[in-house]
Design a protein around this ligand. Structure first.
Ligand code: ZN
Length: 234
């Protein structure tokens, strides 16, 4: 039997997955985290996620609930995918309307590997930061994709996993609002200071919305969302 009080969060160290982690820590008694090293250009996120975890381990009552962290080496995904997240090419839009930051199958693989870990750890709930509202149209972030994958994983592993995507219908401003609701200014501060979103690995000057180049698609979304939220929150 899976433990329905436990969750495993796909935790990359960005704004979205940190908010998802806080969401899970509010709901589940035991929460583990997993990240994937697919030789992403912004590998700095793998360092930053450890800083975020350290911060959260200092925040009662979440500290007691935060369990093991897993890092999965998925170098093969970087080897077989031709994208601007895994190769040194400029960000651009493809003819099919998808940005070349799209790594085909990435989220399908992440959830599948997470389920493999959850299976071993007797964890029932899987949590990911996929979002349909305010993102780049990645087809593996869509609600139907995640729901279909839940069915496939449960059939294929003979389990009753529940895949949660708390950000699915939120825009970036609402994601900042959710973080504030979950952890107040402390969590917002942790996200601003320590999470990494920028595709370019830029962590130079600190902007009001955190660190990043300010220009890449990930920074643009984060910046715009923060400014909208901050204006309404003020
Ligand atoms: Zn950027």
């Amino acid at each position: 039997m899976e433990d329905s009080r436990s969750a495993l969060v796909l935790f990359s160290g960005g704004q979205d997955s940190t908010t998802c982690l806080a969401w899970a820590l509010e709901r589940f008694q035991h929460v583990e985290t997993v990240a994937f090293d697919y030789r992403q250009r912004h590998r700095i996120e793998l360092d930053q996620r450890l800083v975020v975890l350290d911060e959260l381990r200092r925040a009662p009552p979440w500290a007691d609930r935060l369990g093991e962290d897993h890092l999965v080496d998925m170098a093969v995904l970087g080897q077989i995918s031709e994208t601007s997240l895994t190769r040194d090419v400029a960000f651009a839009m493809e003819k099919d309307g998808l940005p070349n930051t799209f790594v085909p199958g990435r989220n399908l693989l992440f959830f599948t590997f997470a389920a493999t870990i959850a299976w071993r750890r007797n964890i029932r709930h899987l949590v990911g930061g996929m979002c349909e509202t305010d993102y780049s149209g990645y087809p593996d972030c869509r609600d139907n994709t995640v729901k279909a994958l839940q069915v496939a994983l449960n059939l294929g592993m003979d389990k009753s996993f529940v895949l949660h995507t708390p950000l699915m219908w939120l825009d970036k401003a609402e994601t900042w609002a959710l973080a504030h609701e979950l952890g107040g200014q402390t969590l917002v501060g942790t996200i601003l200071e320590h999470t990494h979103t920028c595709y370019q690995s830029e962590r130079g000057p600190r902007h009001p919305w955190g660190y990043g180049c300010g220009e890449c698609p990930a920074c643009s979304l984060r910046k715009r969302g923060y400014e909208t939220w901050a204006k309404h929150a003020a």
